[in-house]
Design a protein around this ligand. Structure first.
Ligand code: ATR
Length: 297
């Protein structure tokens, strides 16, 4: 890498990046390129706009173009599975891959594409940052989409007591609950609709409340659960990072709850991808600072 004010790649520079559609607003290039620069690693992280119809060819091109690894974001996290050689346990459980590692044999042999999912462990690492342990906790997850799935598996694999999946579309919560039960053998999983009358009682006993829906991203989004029943001892985690304080977090803070936003999980899932590709510890604080700058800039 030729350094100076601008870093230019050379023939020796290792290439990583992200495939997504759309991709223009991805914050990952800022996070990773700052980390590489800080650690003096000759890597570059490039965002690639890959339309769904081109995903298969794009994944094949990782080998042809000698790319070292790639992140996958919307809408490719599940669609990529058939094109990989090996899928790690967490990714297999979640049914989604957000990081591909390209392993090239030192001498002869064909390169292999390994699929990882760093969202789940990213969530756990973000909790560790705040000294939060999931053991024996009652967890309420709001939402049943991709983000909720990664958080649910993280919770179930880390010793929680019980988990309530609350979703607008009950069928999706039911499917996620069944999937979790079948794949993990953990049975204390309950799916309930948003308007369930028991929600008040569940909120009162919840230790960790996670918003894994997109509700809260827009200024006028409503509070979709009866948050008046939140216990002040409940930790309220909103996976949304923009805005940094959603209506839910503001309300919870006023109530006296400990609150966390989505920035930390985003940084840690990125840090884990960095570690998979470079085999070195990620400079988490550098990545966090770059993320904040990209968000505000
Ligand atoms: P992601 O991959 O980011 O989790 P997703 O798979 O589209 O995104 O899931 C979005 C989640 O937000 C879903 O649980 C969705 O509820 P439905 O399953 O009923 O669609 C939830 N969600 C989005 N908008 C919502 C709204 N206005 N009210 C309640 N829930 C909403």
């Amino acid at each position: 890498m030729i350094t100076g004010k601008i870093c230019l790649p050379t023939g020796k520079t290792k290439i990583v990046g992200v495939f997504g559609y759309p991709i223009k607003h991805s914050l990952s290039p800022a996070m990773h390129n700052s980390a590489f620069k800080h650690c003096n690693l000759d890597f570059i992280y490039i965002p690639f706009e890959v339309k769904p119809d081109n995903l298969k060819d794009a994944i094949k091109s990782l080998i042809a173009l000698n790319i070292n690894g790639i992140n996958l974001t919307i809408p490719h996290k599940e669609a990529c599975l058939p094109y990989l050689d090996e899928i790690k346990r967490e990714a297999k459980l979640i049914g989604a891959v957000n990081t591909i590692e390209v392993i090239r044999p030192r001498k002869l042999g064909t390169p292999k594409l390994i699929g990882h999912n760093t969202d789940s462990l990213g969530f756990i690492r973000s909790l560790k940052e705040f000294n939060i342990n999931l053991r024996d906790k009652t967890v309420l997850i709001l939402g049943a989409g991709g983000a909720a799935k990664a958080v649910c598996f993280a919770c179930v694999l880390n010793g929680i007591k019980e988990i309530y999946i609350v979703n607008r579309t009950l069928k999706k919560a039911d499917i996620l609950a069944e999937n979790l039960k079948n794949k993990t053998n953990f049975k204390n999983i309950f799916s309930i609709p948003l308007e369930d009358t028991h929600l008040k009682n569940i909120l009162e006993k919840t230790n960790l409340f996670v918003n894994a829906t997109s509700v809260g991203m827009k200024k006028n989004d409503p509070l979709i659960v009866p948050v008046d029943y939140l216990n002040k001892k409940t930790i309220v985690y909103d996976l949304i990072y923009n805005p940094d304080r959603t209506k839910l977090l503001k309300f919870a803070k006023k109530k006296g709850c400990f609150t966390i936003n989505g920035e930390s999980m985003l940084v840690h899932q990125g840090a884990l991808s960095y570690e998979i590709w470079t085999k070195k510890n990620a400079p988490v604080e550098v990545m966090r600072k770059a993320l904040r700058k990209a968000l505000n800039g």
